[in-house]
Design a protein around this ligand. Structure first.
Ligand code: GLN
Length: 497
């Protein structure tokens, strides 16, 4: 599969016909998707019509004719956007997310809807109301989550590149599990307008791609201030594509002491080897401290659930998507009794049936930590620890240019392995969530394979708005290795290549 950068160059040079590109991609999706479940749904006719429209009227921007896959929580006008949830099924947003709008203005063809954990709650894409996504390297394993559909599609050759979202690791961890590249931008670097909110102080959209250069290309297109998102930063957008061609020699890499509990031996060995590669490339390493990282999980699961519980209050069966069938307009199969017709009953039935178990758990947890009497003990305390973590990152990143960490403590786990054990599932976020709490940018890129042949990802973290530095360091590593050129060989994926 050509990368987005290669495709756009060949299309622009007239060497490739975007109709052929799209046709071949749609064929690969139809062959691969039954085994992998990377897409909730794909509508080839509407996508083809979109391309015809683009060919007639443009715009002919830096992604002209390049198909980009969109996670199911980024609004695409007129297309069903359900956030992996039954409660939003049937919801067709009347507007585009700003990131989608920017891709379209760049001439891209947007391909909805990549599968995801319900409301992005999860690390495995098993909580989607539309069924799980499977890891193309081993279909008995999860692709990570919550952007598992986006990452699996890119890994399996069923997407050229994709957008995901990351609240606590949802771009980076699936990128690591699927052997692709994923970047969570600085909080405020990319507009959240039209990103269906999970935790508004943590959410960011970003690229999941075949290589670092594509990450730079997509970030250049989606980054920048947006008057419709007051938390988007009024900062100029550097030329990230130019950044990846600059040398990384001399950059200082901070190696934090990490909680070793649960760190897989193969992941540890891959990180040691990655450190040696970076040193050989002329980067220097320095030990640094992130003293509060061991409190990251509890802090995150207080703040993120608190915000989620208030963001999810809007799904009431009135304004969006789905309503419990016994209260649906025109009636369900059963004629409601007058008591059932009460609006409170309608809310209760719609929410109890419309949300899956993980969403209900988070609404309960979040409501609890915000409730009177517990707010100070949990939410307020969580916010204080968050400030300490931000200071940890400021201090560590004053001694170095990037931090090097594993992305996840283990390679991809088996489907069902952690689904009934939320605490185990939450532990898989240990290395990713602190970047969201501190608001700093972070990238995951392939750095090896486990003895079972599963991809391993390494994570680089930089100071706020230093994505160009991240991309430079990541590209230097990528150029010196060939992990990103390896592709899964499951038969259904193989046939399609
Ligand atoms: N796995 C984390 C969670 O379940 C992060 C998810 C995300 O980044 N959306 O909350």
């Amino acid at each position: 599969m050509l990368t987005a950068r290669e495709l756009r160059d060949q299309i622009a040079a007239g060497a490739l016909d975007p109709r052929v590109v799209l046709h071949e991609l749609l064929q690969r999706i139809s062959r691969i998707n039954p085994a992998v479940g990377a897409y909730v749904a794909v509508d080839p006719e509407r996508i083809t019509a979109q391309l015809e429209e683009r060919l007639r009227h443009g715009p002919r921007g830096p992604l002209f004719g390049v198909p980009i896959t969109i996670k199911d929580n980024l609004c695409v006008r007129g297309e069903e956007t359900a956030c992996g949830s039954r409660i939003l099924s049937g919801f067709r947003p009347p507007y585009h997310a700003t990131v989608v709008e920017r891709l379209l203005q760049a001439g891209a063809i947007v391909i909805p809807r990549a599968n995801m954990d319900e409301f992005a709650f999860g690390s495995s894409t098993e909580t989607s109301a539309f069924g799980p996504t499977r890891n193309p390297w081993d279909v008995t394993r999860v692709p990570g989550g919550s952007s598992g559909g986006s990452a699996a599609a890119v890994a399996a050759g069923a997407a050229v590149a994709a957008l995901g979202t990351d609240t606590g690791g949802s771009i980076r961890q699936p990128a690591a599990f699927c052997g692709v590249v994923g970047l969570k931008p600085t909080y405020g670097r990319v507009s959240r307008y039209g990103l269906i909110a999970f935790a508004s102080s943590l959410d960011q959209a970003g690229p999941i791609t075949q290589d670092v250069t594509d990450c730079a290309l997509l970030l250049s297109v989606i980054a920048g201030q947006d008057p419709r998102d007051s938390t988007s930063a009024p900062m100029p957008v550097p030329d990230y594509l130019a950044a990846v061609s600059q040398t990384a020699r001399g950059l200082r890499v901070g190696l934090p002491k990490l909680p070793a509990e649960g760190l897989d031996g193969d992941v540890r060995a891959a990180m040691d080897e990655a450190t040696r590669v970076l040193e050989r490339l002329g980067l220097t390493t320095v030990p640094v401290e992130l003293p509060h990282i061991h409190q990251a999980i509890e802090t995150y699961y207080i703040i993120a659930t608190a915000e989620a519980s208030s963001n999810l209050a809007r799904y009431d069966g009135v304004r969006y998507g789905w309503r419990a069938s016994e209260f649906a307009a025109g009636g369900g199969s059963v004629e409601p009794s007058s008591a059932q017709r009460g609006v409170l009953q309608m809310y209760l039935h719609t929410r109890a049936q419309g949300f899956g178990p993980e969403a209900l758990r988070r609404i309960l947890l979040g409501t609890y930590v915000l409730s009177r009497g517990y707010y100070d003990a949990y939410y307020l305390q969580g916010m204080k620890v968050r400030t300490l973590m931000k200071r940890d990152f400021d201090a560590a990143l004053s001694q170095c240019d990037v931090l090097l960490l594993p992305t996840a403590p283990t390679p991809a786990f088996r489907l069902g392995e952690k689904l009934d054990n939320p605490l185990q599932m939450y532990l898989s976020d240990i290395y990713t969530i602190s970047a969201n709490l501190a608001g700093v940018p972070a990238i995951s890129l392939p750095c090896g394979f486990s003895s079972a042949g599963l991809p391993i990802g390494m994570q680089l973290i930089a100071a706020p708005f230093q994505e160009a530095t991240l991309l430079r360091a990541a590209r230097a590593y990528e150029q010196a290795t060939d992990w990103h050129r390896r592709h899964p060989a499951i038969s259904s994926v193989e046939q399609a290549r």
